[in-house]
Design a protein around this ligand. Structure first.
Ligand SMILES: C[S@@+](CC[C@H](N)C(=O)[O-])C[C@H]1O[C@@H](n2cnc3c(N)ncnc32)[C@H](O)[C@@H]1O
Length: 234
């Protein structure tokens, strides 16, 4: 039997993939690591199909390993009988708890088949929500910026886990970046905020990201010449 890692997308229930929905509807048990992912899953499966796993709020590596061994055992036991799914918001392979589960299964339950159903990640959904275009030929880096951190270097960055937007903004602005923030993008749970003003997202909320771009970047695009063309013909 198979353990499916299913990406739910950013939060709105209709942003799950057709394949993800089909898997949720056909497996015997669906495990979810949090309240938010659970509320998306509940759009597709009855409460009785939800599996129970305990995820401790700790960074202690020993406690984490113990919790994942326990979770891995429960999921592997479930998969001995039938197909099961473990869901994550966004994509299962992007900054996700699913990685812990897969490593645990690979090590302690190598006979279990694991299959991933990708999901719409915040990595791509942010662009639409924030009105950003990552043009062909340009780079985009992923970073984390928890607790006021402000990584610098790349010309364009997505920053995850922005929990102190005001402190992060101060440092990024000083380093020459223009920054936009997105909170609870494409989510039904909670208020969506898109802003360049960090004070609007000052209150700590885990589901906040930022897009930072070096001020005054050159955009070398064929279609940028439309401006010059229309000016000439005016
Ligand atoms: C542990 S990562 C999970 C990423 C997820 N697996 C994905 O592919 O989108 C969580 C971080 O992603 C960002 N994030 C995820 N979904 C988001 C959303 N709908 N709106 C804003 N930020 C989001 C936040 O910065 C949050 O702290």
């Amino acid at each position: 039997m198979t353990v499916y890692g299913v990406g739910l997308g950013p939060g709105q229930a209709d942003l799950i993939t057709v394949r993800g929905k089909r898997v949720l509807e056909t497996v015997d048990t669906v495990y979810s690591p949090g309240r938010l992912s659970r509320s998306v899953v509940r759009e597709y499966v009855p409460e009785s199909k939800l599996g129970d796993l305990d995820f401790p709020m700790t960074r202690d590596p020993d406690k984490l390993r113990a919790a994942w061994r326990e979770a891995g055992r429960a999921v592997a036991d479930g998969a001995a009988e039938d197909d099961v799914a473990f869901v994550t918001l966004g994509d299962p392979n992007v900054y996700s708890t699913f990685g812990h589960l897969r490593r645990t299964l690979d090590t302690f339950h190598p006979a279990v088949d694991v299959e991933v159903v990708p999901g719409v990640s915040a990595v791509t959904a942010f662009a639409t929500a924030l009105g950003v275009e990552i043009e062909a030929g340009t780079g985009l880096s992923l970073r984390e910026a928890a607790d006021g951190a402000a990584p610098t270097g790349p010309e364009r960055m997505i920053l995850f886990k922005v929990t102190d937007a005001v402190a992060t903004d101060e440092k990024l602005t000083a380093a020459g970046y223009d920054v936009r923030y997105g909170r609870r993008l494409f989510m039904e749970q909670g208020e969506t905020v898109v802003t360049s003003d960090p004070t609007e997202v000052a209150e700590r909320d885990y589901y906040t990201l930022a897009y930072a771009e070096k001020h005054g970047l050159d955009r070398d695009l064929a279609t940028a010449d439309f401006d010059a063309e229309t000016e000439r013909s005016a």
